[in-house]
Design a protein around this ligand. Structure first.
Ligand SMILES: [Zn+2]
Length: 268
């Protein structure tokens, strides 16, 4: 470990100790790609209604507001995780840390507001922005598992939390911008399972985290024992490329499920 990475590791440890949840989520590209897939699969009437709501915010596409929720980070804003225990134990009804709504609770809450056409357009648009973002987040494996990835890892000389690798590095490593990525996902010939509820999506994520991420990392937390080790775990140089198909599957599922959710909520 170089002096630099040691300092980085210490800084990350301090940040993690102070923050109840990481200020992270699928990165901009992932959220925008999900929104693009969804938008291209909306019923015409639903897209017309959503387009009108987006206009209250000066936006013309869902992708433009897909990461807005990550800028809303007060203690009362929804948490972007629903933590399903990886050991198979029963999850609590409120499956996240803190008292703010978990992702699944927030999706249900904002769905009621978005569907209520007596609400002001600007209020409904905020609800729409949370739904776009949180349905995306629940498909990031480390937003549906407990723990959610505070492990330090080194991939190709860069040290970060495994959570950040899954938010950004895997998708960035693929190197395709969000509009093209949406087309690629829709046309890649891979059949993905659709349907289900936000809780179901969190359980899928948790199972994937258990089998595909924590298979090589120790299970550890920032808020209870065992604490994550200070020393990063070195991952293979091809880690991001090797995990891309799983990330692509989750982006594709999130996009189609987001479309299905909005079509069911607003399509009549
Ligand atoms: Zn998020």
């Amino acid at each position: 470990m170089t002096k630099h990475t040691k300092a980085l590791s210490l800084a990350l440890t301090l940040i993690l100790a102070a923050a109840p949840e990481p200020v992270l989520a699928w990165g901009q590209t992932g959220h925008a790609a999900i929104a693009n897939v969804a938008e291209l699969n909306l019923k015409a009437s639903v897209w017309n209604e959503i387009k009108t709501l987006l206009a209250t915010d000066g936006a013309t596409h869902m992708s433009k507001v897909a990461s807005w929720a990550d800028s809303q980070r007060s203690a009362t804003d929804p948490t972007h995780t629903t933590r399903m225990p990886m050991d198979g134990s029963n999850p609590p009804a409120h499956a996240c840390t803190g008292t703010a709504m978990c992702a699944d609770e927030a999706i249900a809450y904002y769905a009621r507001i978005l569907a209520d056409r007596s609400q002001p357009a600007a209020t409904r648009e905020i609800a729409l922005k949370y739904i776009i973002h949180l349905i995306g987040d629940l498909h990031q494996p480390l937003h549906g598992s407990d723990p959610i990835g505070y492990n330090l890892v080194t991939v190709n000389g860069s040290t970060s939390m495994i959570h950040a690798v899954w938010d950004d590095a895997i998708i960035d490593g693929h190197g395709v911008a969000s509009a093209l990525l949406a087309q690629e996902l829709m046309n890649n010939g891979v059949t993905v399972t659709l349907g289900g509820t936000p809780r179901d999506w969190a359980i899928e994520s948790s199972n994937m985290a258990r089998d595909q991420i924590y298979d090589v990392l120790p299970v550890c937390w920032n808020y209870k024992a065992p604490a994550c080790p200070d020393a990063p775990v070195a991952l293979p140089a091809n880690y991001t490329a090797a995990k891309y198909p799983l990330a692509a599957q989750r982006l594709k599922q999130a996009g189609y499920r987001l479309a299905g959710f909005l079509n069911a909520l607003l399509g009549s």
